[in-house]
Design a protein around this ligand. Structure first.
Ligand code: XIL
Length: 332
């Protein structure tokens, strides 16, 4: 009898580890806190890096002024430690998901600076040594390539908050990798040009920034293009690393088998690119049972590698085959 034929396929993380690569997913609050068995089993089995979909955002952590409730984020940190998974921290400075007590308050510049510094140092300090990489600043540039001038932090502090946030995060955990993270940042565009100039200038000023995250919330039909390689190369030439931080590929519902195969091809191309150019690739969730897409982009969904019943979709098989092929080449 051939025992080997009956052995379970290695999970994604085992293949990724052979490639010295981090493959991961965002974790939703409720199924983690409820200990949903299938959800937790798959999360532990398949991934070697996790990120909180919402648990480490300011509104989730701080229900009242300068008070913190760590229940959910501590649960995630404990889960990752138990399963030998790295963590990405998401996110310290963002214009969305701010607590109402902060958002609705009028603040002087001095107060805004003090609140931001305290928040960053409190959160990064609590998880010092346990978070591999932080998304320090999320979505500071708008699609035209200007600063997002109407955002809470820009209105209170102008562009200075960006360098300060990196500095404060670095003081709180000198070993954490510090990222600038944004969407529609992977191609060459006014937005990605502005991100390039921003991170280039931060590096030139000696600000502790180590990486750029491309969210990559993609639409059906996405394919890798030369512009993605050129953008990766210019960022890496600055001495920065890259990660794909929030990948999903949304489909119009209900998807046909051909659409699911097309989606698998998008996942395959994104991962194959990431294996050459990135530190990590994380999907924004892993099962269509818990995905932000249907509520934020009505009429679309089915964006993740597992379906609502946790069965692997063609996209999962594409990820698996891409990692297996690469792991095989490295060990040939
Ligand atoms: C989304 C979450 O998935 C939702 O559950 C939440 O209601 C809103 O935020 N870019 C980001 C993420 O950086 O934090 C966002 O996450 C998706 C877009």
């Amino acid at each position: 009898m051939d025992d080997h034929a009956q052995a379970p396929r290695p999970p994604l993380r085992a293949l990724a580890e052979r490639c010295h690569f981090a493959i991961g997913a965002a974790v939703a609050t409720q199924p983690l806190l409820n200990g949903e068995p299938d959800y937790c089993a798959l999360l532990a089995r398949e991934f070697n890096v996790l990120v909180a979909e919402n648990m480490m955002k300011w509104d989730a952590l701080s229900p009242a002024p300068e008070q913190y409730d760590w229940t959910a984020s501590d649960a995630l940190v404990a889960f990752a430690a138990k399963h030998a998974q790295r963590l990405r921290g998401h996110t310290l400075v963002w214009h969305n998901q701010l607590p109402a007590w902060l958002r609705d308050r009028s603040l002087s510049r001095t107060e805004a600076l003090r609140l931001l510094e305290t928040h960053i140092k409190t959160v990064v300090g609590r998880y010092r040594g346990q978070v591999w990489a932080w998304d320090v600043v999320n979505e500071a540039i708008d699609d035209s390539g200007d600063y997002r001038r109407t955002s809470f932090w820009f209105r209170h502090l102008g562009p200075d908050y960006i360098a300060l946030a990196f500095q404060w995060a670095h003081e709180a955990d000198p070993d954490a990798l510090l990222y600038y993270n944004d969407y529609s940042a992977e191609g060459i565009s006014p937005k990605s040009d502005a991100i390039y100039r921003l991170v280039r200038d931060l590096k030139a000023q000696g600000v502790p920034i180590h990486g750029v995250g491309w969210q990559m919330h993609l639409i059906e039909g996405w394919r890798l293009e030369d512009q993605h390689l050129r953008n990766a190369e210019r960022l890496r030439a600055l001495g920065l690393e890259l990660s794909i931080t929030e990948l999903d590929v949304r489909l119009t519902l209900p998807p046909s088998p051909a659409q699911l195969d097309g989606q698998a091809e998008s996942y395959r191309q994104a991962l194959s690119f990431a294996l050459d150019h990135c530190r990590a690739l994380l999907t924004w969730g892993f099962s269509d049972r818990y995905s932000w897409i249907p509520s934020f982009q009505p009429g679309t969904g089915a964006a993740l590698p597992f379906d609502e019943a946790y069965a692997p979709k063609p996209a999962y098989h594409a990820l698996w085959q891409t990692l297996a092929a690469r792991a095989g080449q490295l060990h040939a």
